[in-house]
Design a protein around this ligand. Structure first.
Ligand SMILES: [Fe+2]
Ligand SMILES: [Fe+2]
Length: 145
């Protein structure tokens, strides 16, 4: 089982690919929207339940900032999801969501990963990786499509 930072980066790359598809391929948008609806909330939930929970007492300011970004992403996703695919507002809303998500991913892969590697041992990162997968599966059970 990969350690948690690798799993998070894999998720980020998968979601970045989804945004590429959503922006560039109109024919698969309906299916990709369903995947995004499952993957993005599950990812942020699993981070909060594992890595963020573990780091919160060590680096409270960074985690507070990251949780604020998660709240913003959830709200932006909720606004995006009610816009019909053929509405003129859909593409600007996708661009807005993508910018917020990618900025958050970049700060996680920079600042948060650096903090995690500084404060947590390889064994802890490995254990958190197993928890992260479990939490994602748990979150997927509650997705309503
Ligand atoms: Fe995150
Ligand atoms: Fe993330």
């Amino acid at each position: 089982m990969p350690q948690i930072l690798e799993l998070i980066r894999d998720d980020h790359d998968f979601i970045r690919g989804l945004f590429d598809e959503l922006a560039g391929n109109p024919e698969t948008r309906d299916v990709r929207c369903i995947t995004l609806h499952r993957e993005l909330p599950g990812h942020v939930y699993a981070e909060e339940a594992t890595l963020y929970a573990r780091l919160r007492d060590m680096v409270p300011e960074e985690i507070r900032q990251s949780i604020e970004e998660h709240i913003d992403i959830r709200e932006t996703l909720a606004r995006f999801e009610v816009i019909p695919l053929r509405d003129d507002a859909w593409m600007p809303a996708l661009v807005d969501l993508r910018e917020r998500v990618e900025a958050h991913f970049a700060s996680e892969e920079g600042d948060v990963f650096t903090r995690a590697e500084h404060h947590l041992s390889p064994a802890e990162l490995f254990g958190l990786g197993e928890m992260f997968e479990e939490e994602k599966q748990r979150a997927a059970q509650f997705v309503v499509v």
